[in-house]
Ligand binder design. Sequence first.
Ligand code: TYC
Length: 115
Amino acid sequence: MPTDPPIKAPSTPAPQRFEDDSIAVAERVSTKPPPMYRVLLLNDDYTPMDFVVGVLQLVFTMTREQATQVMLQVHRTGMGTCGVFTKEIADTKVAQVVELAQEHQHPLQCTMEPN
Ligand code: TYC
């Protein structure tokens, strides 16, 4: 029985030839994964614990138990990870946390860093 050829990573495609004899050559095909960003929550002395848990559930779709663990990690150590995302998603989540905190007049801070 003939064996299948090995599966290869996508490479730069062959030059495309047109009827007018012109040729289009792809410069490069990128197979790199996108850069990822870690979203961090910072501790403060004023934001209520229940509020932080609610924000983590809402913005990061955590269960109440997961959110409580992250909140306590932040409360005890000063900082904690909410998740790792592509830049656009990390930007959006940081903005959502900051907006919720401002709406409720809590000093909760959220930031992101390259992972
Ligand atoms: N330290 C806060 C308190 O004692 C709770 C808290 C937890 C605040 C996590 C911010 O990111 C935070 N009420």
